[in-house]
Design a binder for this molecule. Sequence first.
Ligand code: NAD
Ligand code: AKB
Length: 313
Amino acid sequence: MKTETILITGANGQIGTVLGQALRERFGTANVLSTDIREPAAYDFPFETLDVLDRNAMFELVGSRGVTQIYHLAAILSAKGELNPQWAWEVNMSGLFNVLEAAKKFGCKVFNPSSIAVYGGETPKIDTPQHAVLQPQTVYGISKVAGEHWSNYFYQKFGVDVRSVRYPGIVGYQSMPGGGTTDYAVDIFHHAVRGERYTCFLADHARLPMMYMDDAVRATIEIMDAPAEQIKIRTSYNISGMNFTPAEITAAIQAEVPGFEVAYEPDFRQKIAESWPENIDDAEARADWGWKPAYNLPDMTRDMLANLREMAS
Ligand code: NAD
Ligand code: AKB
């Protein structure tokens, strides 16, 4: 087991819940400090309440615990961000600044996730290349573009070892999503397992890049593990898993759950989905640090249903 001292921000969210467990298995429970503004309902691992906007509290924790790696997951996602843009900007930008400044002061390595939400406007939507035009249409996307560039700046100017991937929509059974446009792809499974009809807030044809949680956690650990010279992009790497429409994921679930019904009532999130790529090209991540996804839509569907059924029994 490697000796690192880890701090996770936003650890009580969709990804942090699962990544935190993976990091505890890898580095030892005592060496991973989970933090969030919300305390988990129940936990048996080190946890502290931390608002990422509280710079003094963050510096105190990072310094006093001898933190060597920060996984910065605290953020306001796309749909929630559109409902309160100034709050989203403040949390996403000032929170990141506090992490980068703490990393600079205490010599930490940082994981700062970005998103497919950096794309929009004139960006090609099919096989969107790594170095495409970035014209995000949401405050969340704007904050992710700015955050990518600030990460690169701290790397170039101060040598802070910041690494990042542009996650697609993440689907997992272990935790619920926190206010994004891709959340439907988790909700739909919970309805299917409960035997309920699902009303989807995106249109049936809204194709988006997606990834199973296992792949997302593995990508995070692999990019953080890679030798520094292999990380040639210090803004953020495209990583691809799968892509599907609501109609396609419905059909995949119906193959396992006959009679499952879905209705479509697109709301404001449909416009956000329309601004994002349908699938992205991740050639650089594959070439530089060996990224390769393991799950496709049928594999993910079977695994989601099996795990949710087991959790319900
Ligand atoms: P989430 O919304 O599920 O969790 C975010 C967590 O941050 C929440 O637990 C929330 O309580 C916490 N938080 C909010 N404000 C805070 C503050 N001021 N101080 C401390 N904590 C605060 O998000 P997630 O899906 O787990 O996403 C984690 C990261 O991955 C984010 O940067 C997000 O942009 C990125 N990402 C996620 C997805 C996805 O599909 N889940 C896709 C692309 C990128
Ligand atoms: C969201 O929908 O906001 C996130 C993301 C793709 O960044 N899941």
